[in-house]
Design a protein around this ligand. Sequence first.
Ligand code: SR1
Ligand code: MG
Length: 436
Amino acid sequence: MSSEQGSVAGPPQDEYRILHEADLRDYLAAVPAVAARLGGAAEAWSIGEVGDGNLNLVFIVKGADGGVAVKQALPYVRLVGESWPLPLSRSHYEYLALTHQARLVPGLVPAVLHHNEGLALVVMELIEPHIIMRKGLIAGALYPRFVGDIATFMARTLFFSSDLALTAAKKKEGIAAFAGNHALCKITEDLIFTDPYRVAEQNRWTQPWLDATAAAFREDLDLHAAISRLKLIFLNAPEALIHGDLHTGSIMVTEDSTVVIDPEFAFYGPMGFDIGAVIANLLMAYLASAGHETSSGARRVFEVWLLETIENVWTEFSHEFLELWRTEGHGDAYPLTLFPGPAGAARLEVERQAYMARLFGDTVGFSAAKIIRRILGLAHNADFELIEDPRQRAICEARSLRLARAMMLEPSAFPTIGAVTMAARMVRDWLPDFAN
Ligand code: SR1
Ligand code: MG
């Protein structure tokens, strides 16, 4: 029995075991903060395992007065099984990231009610009536709050963990605190930056239609150089504490609320990896949309909204990030003493714009990498997978690969987010050879 079950966090507690329903009920009943939130008799609580992600168990528990979500890390990759072990410590990093984010963007992440290191368990408030954003996008739903919320989430979490806001000492302490999460980084390094470009047992794609494209990606040395440059940035650029897996399956939404979940891949890495993840997943939702329409043009309003959303994500993020830099840029980078007077202020502003242009370039590259991995690598996404007709699915995927390949190989053709959405609009009507 835990000595600290009433606290949100404490030292390593119970010895690890996979919790099943009865076990979980007894465990939660002994955590006062959780039992109070659920209310009523523990025997009457409903408990259901709802995890549909690739790695963990997720339980929804409901009582007379309220509900909680319980996430427990498994000692292996759920998607693959026990043959692929994975450290339980990811739960520790998820807890660290969630509590850090809660300070910076309260309301945009779930509140942590309890954490048990030994059990690799985090109990959070139940986010209701939200749904996973990816499911909403597949259904063609519009989310008017999303842009403002995700722009704020990214601007504040990235800025306040960067050298623009922190002293060098604080920044290095942050890097050290997350440095042990390297097994999760390695998943990204392999599944996103390496495997889709080589023969790898776990790769898969929509056959036979994408066979030739997959082979071409495995042989394209320019592409291999481009993805390797991006991999080096991922390995080598601890710019900020990033979420690390910010796809639309890690975002819960209603029309008027957004909550970002699942930061177990968090570490100090390149900011463009998070921004690129959001943009990539919106681009895939856009290019998958044709596969979900019941008649030609039936989802046009949704698709127009998606393209506007993609543009606004970058525009609002960059606006908010720059405002933070101008007003709260007290970190050790760009010391204000080096930029005195009006001439100094003007020169620093030029530098800020150059910084954002470089960050946008990273974002475009990472966005492309995120698209390619979902079509040629191990872990696919439901946007495409739920297109029933495999040939139609392959058409949507081929369009996405064509766009992603151009974004990765010709960054100078994508100097603005408008250039990205324009290219997406053009490729939406392109037909691959196998479709003719
Ligand atoms: C084996 S894990 C595959 C993917 O699931 C997670 O959500 C990450 O995106 C990871 O790359
Ligand atoms: Mg996840």
